[in-house]
Write a protein that binds this ligand. Sequence first.
Ligand code: AMP
Length: 415
Amino acid sequence: MNVFVLNCGSSSVKFQIINTDLDMFETDSDRRVAKGLIERVGKDDAIVNLEAEGQEPIKSIEPIHDHREAILRIKKWMEDPNTKIEGIHSWDDIHAIGHRVVHGGEKFTKSVKIDKEVLAQIEECADLAPLHNPANLKGIYACYEIFGDKIPQVAVFDTAFHSTMPEEAYLYAIPMEFYEKYRIRRYGFHGTSHRYVAYRYRKLVGKPREEVNVITLHLGNGCSACAIKNGQSINTTMGMTPLEGLIMGTRSGDIDPAIVEYLYNKGLGSVTDIFNILNKKSGMLGVSGLSNDMRDIEKAAAEGNHRAQLALKMFALRVKKYIGAYMAEMNGTDAIIFTAGIGENSVLIRKMICEGLENLGIELDDELNKQAVRGKCMKISKETSKVAIYVIPTNEELLLARDTVRVVKDAPRMW
Ligand code: AMP
């Protein structure tokens, strides 16, 4: 099957076309045949990047006014005789569409085929993720408008993997009626990534799912940790929104909520303004005063910039804190898994996080840590380490494509 995997942001449309099927999962013979990104959707100077595997990418600046136009642009490119995508000549060669949907609330515990009822339920969840779900919905509606019911559409939720968390992990210690009335609770995000790397780990070590006990660290632009016990997410650092937990590029992660009132009383604007600061101007950017990109911060720190050095230490300390917390919660862990932009690339961050955890049985091999290169699974712990440490590249799009196939063919899911 050729699956069109779509990830719509408020002003961006990211896609991949993946050739995959049930019999290809075991052999990992699925293939990405095209990918692309359209940014600045809604503007006259949108940036269009389209790439068929093995061919020169196309880059252009064009007016693209909404998500529908963006998808039509991709369709036009796919159907252009000069575009050579393996196995694809027109949209008739696309067999299903898989959408990334950020928030599935409590309703969606697994990927589902989209119909009118599902759409209405995703609409309801938009209240919980006003920054993300409306953009995801635009992509779904655009596909409906263009293709009608001809191509099955599947929704894959970032929250679904965490639906196994027990009450004591997902509830906040606030009056219970807030949960009962407003569904205020921890939902967690990056579920597709945590689930994917845990699955890769299981394949690497040859364990059944029920025996997977690991802590996964998704460290990218957004960051979250997940405690996976007996193959299920039992806790994760992001909360009702992606703001909670680890320190991120521009998000603060955990803070004392009383700070919000204090800043408000200091005249720093409305509550919305203050949350804007916590979401967009805090984290590594806020502490370093330089950048949200870990590469810039590492460079400045190496040149002696104190605030950059401090930001790195704070980042690593927060991750260590959650490793300790989750090891306590899980009564130990078999492995710690690093993934995403920082987790897969930063030798320094991995070292800073693992340093001083030897008494917990976590021993990083400095040489192996340096050898880990992006795109490759690698064990980077010492032979003597009780807890194995891995770098495992994430691939959310592949999991989206595979889930789409499973849902369309009504096959059991792998996780
Ligand atoms: P992601 O959200 O997974 O795409 O991760 C993106 C982030 O990864 C960037 O904003 C950087 O902070 C970080 N990153 C990418 N490459 C490197 C690198 N070589 N060293 C350190 N951080 C990196």
